[in-house]
Design a protein around this ligand. Structure first.
Ligand SMILES: [Zn+2]
Length: 211
């Protein structure tokens, strides 16, 4: 079994596996391993200080945090397209700043994803599914036969075309519950840029998830 994380590549094999067999497994998985190692080396770890001027991602661009003290209510508002103004009781308390950002992300994720579903469900000719925000650490979206679509709120950090792709991917699963050639044809019919979107998720996925 192969795992790739911030420590590099780890191979675990049953006791007494021959060296040749282990090398064989690594060879077979070479492409996957190189891709994973590449992702990890590109993004060692997200370092987020949650202080004044700290940068966060929103719809594929950088916003800088602008913190002010306000003892009455916690409020986050977007200013000038590149600044997120947060007023809260203690701007020096990093966990509270992070919590305010996450709450703001979730609120915008909900309205953004709802609008996406409203736009793309009719184009794929599927009835509107129910949307739930998810916090899964390993996936961007999922859906089930009850017509429930779950989308990770962390996706709101990605560029809009990438969000559109994940929404379209899940909506297409309401028609094709697999990753067959027919499924990808369906995705490409409304989302011709899907390969670039997959590339962004491969490149930035671990970073977006690390919040
Ligand atoms: Zn899928």
């Amino acid at each position: 079994m192969l795992t790739v994380d911030e420590h590099g590549l780890t191979v675990s094999a049953p006791w007494r596996s021959s060296e040749r067999r282990i090398v064989g497994v690594i060879r077979e998985a070479e492409e996957w391993v190189l891709k994973k190692l590449d992702v990890w080396s590109a993004f060692p770890a997200r370092s987020q200080s949650w202080v004044q001027g700290d940068k966060i991602r929103y719809l594929g661009r950088d916003l800088s945090l602008d913190l002010t003290a306000d003892s009455i209510a916690t409020l986050a508002t977007l200013q000038d397209e590149d600044r997120l103004r947060i007023s809260l009781a203690d701007p020096g308390h990093q966990d509270s700043v992070k919590a305010a950002v996450v709450k703001w992300y979730r609120r915008h994720a909900q309205s953004n994803f709802t609008a996406c579903i409203g736009e793309f469900a009719p184009r794929l000719d599927v009835p509107l599914p129910r949307l739930f925000l998810s916090s899964a650490r390993t996936r961007w979206g999922s859906c089930n036969a009850k017509r429930e679509v779950r989308l990770n709120w962390r996706l709101i950090q990605a560029a809009q075309p990438t969000i559109d792709y994940v929404v379209i991917h899940e909506l297409a699963h309401l028609i094709e519950m697999n990753h067959s050639r027919r499924f990808w044809k369906l995705v490409a019919s409304v989302c011709p840029h899907y390969r670039e979107a997959c590339a962004e998720l491969n490149r930035m996925g671990l970073y977006y998830m690390d919040i």
